[in-house]
Write a new protein. Structure first.
Lengths: 157, 795
């Protein structure tokens, strides 16, 4: 077992973990952040996407020990002071989710996408979300949500 | 989201943002795998890597000694107790089916079948110990190819059955009295088109892998499961394991998609239930995606041999369908009935005078197939819409013109089809005209001609699908006539609470469809209460004690109508109290906007005040039961028949085989719309699943029966980058079979889009002599079709 110190959604945690434990397992099973979910075992679906020091990562592809000394933001830490993050709000407004299982990862990836490119074209949005699979929406309203979040934030999309 | 939306004049038809979203976008969800209980034990499954083998020994000694292991269960341990997994749809009296134990006892029949289950204190310990279970297999020959499996003398998927044929099923319009003899039509035809199409095997690929947790403590066993069908599951578990139905409670918490893939009673559910009962401890099993791919049922996998007979003027005179359907290794809950659901749809929107459908259900050593979005209807729609394009080409007619020549005209409804269904309403002319305009049909045809003329290496193809489908499964008497093991009704109750708030309990079990929002809209309108004041409860057999669950685009047309009927009963109960409070005759009261008003006066009382008065019960009419609760169970008179016209333009690179969708227009007629946001969302997602079949997805097995597309690396669920945006629009021809005029929408997009895309791909390649491209129309398949056409090879 290895001791790690990780800040998750603004709270400092110190835990003993098995070296083989994945970050997503640590978040779900140790910290209780079950908003972050597991959709596959090959890093294809992106449902487990979180932010590690502000950049999106698939938390199934990071070991918990690699997060030692770092800051993790999950879908549960995105809203602040009871206000939804603009991307969360845009997903709601544009009906960009149905079953909602891919949604946490999709939102975290969209936030990262917009941080990198505040004014993306439709093609750039589609390519930026390529690593996140959704089976319900056909992506049409997810693309709209990202466009809406961009324009609400002052972009021209 | 915090802002309350302005209250519309009517909730029905209003694009309400969904109530469900808040928990889903903030991660405050209850997926089954999120749940835990004190002392929870975890299961891991040991699965056969071999497609067909005698199991000669299962040595669990090392696994039992591993850290944290509490038990290791084998098929012989469970014995009779595990029963046989249910098939609720024996399509013929002499249907053959092998026993289907949850844990194999002496033989496995597909790669992925469970041979042992390890129960340990953590999921990791269970998986580690599963590696230590030593199984010896004596390999048997496999049969994988559907065509050869159906032949005499084929290798047998189940040697004890003596055949691979499970059942055959025939519908003949001459025998049924719904049309003439198809053989005569083919004999007398001026033109016949014969084709064979293959519906490749697909994986439903819901995003949430399946998970089940069972708490055996207390008097009643509780199961949480990622299921579409908590009510059916409860009944089937009771029958399978001999547990009293009243001792079981099944909860489907948040469920991450289903698409028919979670319309099943799974071995994993039965094993987890039995493990929990035996150990007296709560147990949970969550599969990996790789396990989902082999163990969750697959869909489609049919071979269709088709003959279309017509006159030179384009009028179709008959359609003969000879179907082989791959069951895989076992019959799941409705495996055998899936092809039969297609039997009534091969004639689609057309007035074919004669029709015969013959289906042979065949076993192979592969994962079993069962319902997948559309279940039988996408296959049928593909066949007829492809054949109409082939006929149009043969006759040199525009494919839309050919369709119009044969389709049921708007003024001809209601229309009894050659398959014996009565279509209540439809307007194919309106949907097609709208779609043509949105698409720019004539301009694209002109561009196509130019590209053909200049021999452009990138050719343009235009594909059409003027689909209909039967959904809202289903009138119970029809299900009975098809030997399905249950009815097709739905139940709801509506309860006015003392505070004036409303609880709606529905037997439908949503997993992404937005019932909480749509049912709130229906009931809010009916009771005249605010949308926000309605709470919809579902997915728990304790709370919704009766139900038939969610599949077959049935929820709104049956479950939504049940909620409406129950709300109407509440209004009638409230009317009696209102009359008493207002000292008026009940017949003299108007009810609107949540207020009872004495006609011609300003004396009124709100339904919320009546709710409080009923709760207090201090002063009610004599003999009035102090309750504003009501229940309704609705059995539909007929299916609903959504339809529409989908037009697809593709660009096909004839040098690389690459296909790009350039424009996709769909005009769907799903009748009256409760919530246009939700309806559009269902169409978007449905269209993409159909496109996925047309262009991307296929479950492929190697010669030994191993699924080589066994993960999301190899099985190509399309991403956002693979797809375009669609132009969606609607026409609204109300259904006449329910009071809201609604039709189902869950499967329509998937049913419509596959033939639209493949027709477009083939259309692009017609100048190359190509008349078919195998699905999925991958670059390789497209390129192969071009090569075959140029060398005279198979098409």
């Amino acid at each position: 077992m290895t001791r790690i110190e990780v800040n998750v959604d603004g709270v400092a945690y110190s835990d003993e973990v098995e070296p083989r434990m994945l970050l997503v397992q640590y978040l779900r099973e140790v910290v209780g952040k079950t908003g972050t979910v597991v959709g596959c075992d090959t890093s294809n679906c992106g449902a487990c996407t979180v932010h590690l020091d502000g950049r999106s990562v698939k938390s199934c592809s990071v070991l918990a020990v690699q997060a030692d000394g770092h800051e993790v933001t999950t879908i549960e830490g995105l809203a602040s002071n009871g206000e939804l993050h603009p991307v969360q709000q845009a997903f709601h407004d544009t009906h960009a989710l149905q079953c909602g299982f891919c949604t946490p990862g999709m939102i975290m990836q969209s936030v990262d996408l917009l941080a990198e490119n505040p004014n993306p074209s439709e093609t750039e949005i589609r390519e930026g979300l390529e690593g996140n699979l959704c089976r319900c929406t056909g992506y049409q309203n997810i693309v709209r949500a990202v466009q809406k979040a961009a324009s609400d934030a002052g972009g021209v999309s | 989201m915090t802002a309350v939306e302005e209250r519309p004049a009517a909730e029905i038809g209003h694009p309400r943002r969904r109530k469900e979203d808040k928990r889903l976008i903030t991660g405050r969800t209850r997926w089954t795998d999120n749940l835990t209980l004190p002392g929870l034990l975890h299961l891991a499954m040991v699965r056969s890597p071999i497609a067909h083998a005698r199991v000669t020994s299962v040595n669990v000694d090392d696994a039992k000694q591993a850290p944290g292991v509490m038990a290791v269960l084998t098929g012989s341990d469970l014995g009779e107790e595990q029963g046989s997994l249910p098939n609720a749809w024996p399509i013929s009296d002499d249907q053959k089916a092998p026993p289907h134990p949850s844990i194999a006892t002496d033989r496995v029949a597909f790669a992925g079948e469970i041979v042992a289950a390890v129960v340990a204190r953590s999921a990791a310990e269970a998986r580690d110990a599963a590696e230590l279970v030593d199984v010896e297999y004596d390999e048997l020959p496999v049969v994988l190819d559907l065509e050869s499996a159906s032949q005499e003398g084929a290798t047998l998927a189940h040697p004890d059955l003596g055949t691979n044929v499970s059942a055959t099923w025939v519908f003949d319009s001459a025998e049924a009295g719904t049309g003439s003899n198809v053989d005569d039509a083919i004999r007398d035809a001026e033109v016949t088109i014969e084709r064979t199409y293959r519906q490749q095997r697909l994986v439903p690929a819901y995003m949430e892998p399946r998970s089940v947790m069972v708490d055996p403590t207390h008097e009643q066993i509780t199961m949480w499961s990622t299921t579409q069908i908590p009510h059916i599951l409860k009944l089937m578990l009771a029958l399978t394991t001999g547990t009293s139905e009243s001792k079981l409670r099944v909860i489907a918490p948040d469920v991450g998609g289903g698409f028919g893939g979670k319309l099943q009673v799974t071995p994993e559910e039965v094993i987890t239930l039995l493990a929990a009962k035996r150990l007296g401890r709560p147990c949970k099993y969550t599969e990996t995606r790789s396990e989902t791919m082999v163990s969750g049922h697959h869909g489609r996998d049919q071979i269709q041999r088709l003959t279309l007979a017509a006159n030179r003027d384009g009028s179709v005179t008959g359609f003969k369908v000879d179907l082989l359907a791959d069951m895989g290794a076992y019959l799941g809950l409705v495996t055998s009935g899936v092809p039969i659901l297609g039997a009534f749809m091969f004639n689609a929107i057309y007035k074919f005078p004669s029709y015969r459908f013959t289906c042979t259900n065949v076993f192979t050593n592969k994962t079993w197939t069962d319902a997948y979005r559309g279940a039988g209807r996408p296959e049928a729609t593909f066949a007829v819409e492809r054949m109409m394009d082939e006929l149009a080409t043969e006759l040199g007619m525009d494919p839309l013109e050919l369709r119009e020549k044969n389709w049921i005209k708007h003024e001809e409804f209601p229309f009894t089809t050659v398959a014996g269904l009565e279509y209540d309403s439809g307007n194919y002319e309106a949907a097609t005209a709208k779609a043509k305009e949105l698409f720019g049909y004539d301009d694209l045809r002109r561009e196509q001609a130019e590209r053909r003329g200049s021999d452009d290496p990138v050719q343009l193809g235009i594909g059409i699908s003027t689909y209909t489908e039967m959904c809202g499964l289903a009138p119970s008497r029809v299900l009975g006539s098809l030997a399905y093991g249950a009815g097709g009704w739905e139940h709801a109750s509506v309860r006015m609470l003392a505070s004036g708030k409303v609880e709606v309990v529905t037997g439908s079990s949503a997993h992404g469809q937005g019932h909480e929002t749509a049912w709130s809209q229906i009931v809010a309108d009916r009771l005249g209460v605010p949308f926000e004041d309605v709470e919809v409860l579902h997915g728990d057999t304790h709370i919704a004690h009766k139900g038939m669950d969610t599949y077959g685009s049935r929820s709104v047309t049956i479950g939504g109508i049940a909620a409406l009927r129950a709300a109407d009963k509440v209004v009638e109960k409230a009317r009696a109290v209102a009359a008493h409070m207002l000292e008026a005759n009940p017949d003299d009261l108007d009810f609107a906007g949540g207020q009872f008003t004495v006609k011609g006066t300003d004396k009124s009382v709100a339904i919320a005040d009546i709710a409080l008065a009923t709760f207090a019960a201090h002063d009610l009419p004599d003999g009035f039961e102090p309750s504003l609760d009501a229940e309704a169970t609705v059995d539909p008179d007929n299916f609903s028949f959504p339809h529409g016209t989908h037009l697809c333009a593709v660009e096909v690179d004839t040098e690389t085989g690459g296909v790009k969708i350039r424009k996709y227009v769909c005009v769907d007629d799903v009748g009256a719309v409760i919530n246009p946001l939700i309806v559009d969302g269902q169409i978007h997602g449905g269209v993409v699943q159909g496109i996925a079949q047309a262009l991307y997805e296929e479950a492929i097995h190697d010669d030994a029966g191993t699924l080589v597309t066994g993960s999301l690396v190899d099985y190509l669920v399309p991403s956002a980058a693979d797809l375009p945006s669609f132009d969606t629009d609607r026409t609204e021809t109300p259904s006449l079979t329910n009071p809201l005029g609604v039709k189902g929408v869950g499967e329509a997009g998937t049913i419509a889009s596959t033939p639209a895309v493949v027709n477009a791909v083939v259309d692009a390649l017609r100048p190359k002599g190509v008349r078919d491209v195998a699905m999925p129309c991958s670059p390789f398949h497209v390129w192969q079709a071009i090569q075959d056409a140029s060398t005279g090879g198979p098409s």
